[in-house]
Design a protein around this ligand. Structure first.
Ligand SMILES: NC(=O)C1=CN([C@@H]2O[C@H](COP(=O)(O)OP(=O)(O)OC[C@H]3O[C@@H](n4cnc5c(N)ncnc54)[C@H](OP(=O)(O)O)[C@@H]3O)[C@@H](O)[C@H]2O)C=CC1
Ligand SMILES: N[C@@H](C=O)C(=O)O
Length: 262
């Protein structure tokens, strides 16, 4: 019997999710693949079964649809073989805020934040009871960079980062590992799908290299993994500055600069 936890990967029909599937299959994990495109997932599943002898199941679902999302939530809640969730499905939006239709914005938020949170929420109680398992949330460096002008997409990725840090605080002591991976530009279909030419970017990482680095962070049990960032000290000092500010928030009086005439 295979004692390794099964891995449920969302957005597994292409790009980063498909490579996660490949790498976890190579490590001998059974897989549950989630996305809308059943045909692409079946092609991937057949190859992974053949090459690695692992069980690969498909759970086709649109995660912005309440029925689809509920099916995946139920699977995460009830299937005790699943010990790792890779919350990867996501889309980006082209254009600036003024050009984006509210319905498109709502759809983006629904996939990148609501689905991500509901799936984590479906699996977390069981993992906490078992005192084991992992939740991996795919964020983006865009979530740290409002200057890039992708405000809604970046906000969803900032959400993924914050949620990860919060869940790390809450679930870490219960034995559940939570990781956020923050890729920078990576060669996948997301760029063409959102109307952008990936080759116009100054630097793009190949998707295999991105996922291998993310898994190195996973193996090291990092909470935040930024594969492209050359010096980790930049992230650790950013975090140290944030943490140093937190004890100063609770005050009886407003800061001196806001006190008028007192
Ligand atoms: N590539 C990059 O430069 C970067 C990507 N990221 C993040 O990485 C993640 C993966 O993206 P990437 O691999 O690049 O892009 P892809 O477009 O290749 O993959 C996106 C995946 O999400 C799935 N998906 C999209 N919409 C839905 C939906 N409504 N329901 C279920 N699944 C859906 C797609 O499958 P299907 O269409 O079959 O449903 C596909 O499998 C995203 O969260 C993205 O924001 C972060 C930083 C950089
Ligand atoms: N997905 C990319 C933007 O569209 C990114 O996060 O860099």
């Amino acid at each position: 019997m295979n004692s390794k936890a099964a891995v449920l990967i969302t957005g597994a029909s292409s790009g980063i999710g498909a490579v996660y599937a490949d790498r976890f299959a190579k490590r001998g994990h059974a897989l549950v693949l989630v996305a809308r495109d059943r045909v692409r997932m079946e092609e991937l599943a057949q190859r992974l079964r053949q090459e690695n002898g692992v069980t690969v199941e498909l759970l086709p679902a649109d995660l912005t649809d309440s029925d689809g999302l509920a099916r995946v939530e139920a699977r995460l809640r009830d299937d005790s073989r699943i010990g790792i969730l890779v919350n990867n499905a996501g889309t980006a939006a082209h254009g600036g805020f003024l050009d984006q239709a509210p319905d498109d914005v709502a759809q983006l938020i629904s996939l990148n934040t609501t689905a991500l949170t509901r799936l984590a929420s479906a699996v977390a109680p069981r993992l906490a009871r078992e005192g084991a398992g992992a939740i991996v949330n795919i964020g983006s460096v865009v979530g740290l960079a409002p200057e890039l002008g992708m405000s809604v997409y970046g906000a969803t990725k900032a959400f993924a980062l914050f949620l990860t840090q919060g869940l790390h605080v809450e679930l870490g002591p219960r034995g559940v590992y939570v990781q956020a991976v923050l890729p920078a530009a990576t060669r996948t279909e997301i760029w063409a799908k959102s109307g952008r030419d990936v080759d116009s970017l100054p630097a793009v990482m190949e998707v295999g290299e991105l996922v291998d680095a993310a898994l190195a962070g996973f193996d090291a049990r990092e909470t935040i993994t930024i594969p492209s960032l050359p010096k980790v000290e930049q992230w650790t000092s950013f975090e140290a500055a944030r943490k140093a500010m937190v004890p100063n928030f609770l005050q009886v009086h407003a800061a001196e600069r806001y006190r008028q005439g007192s």
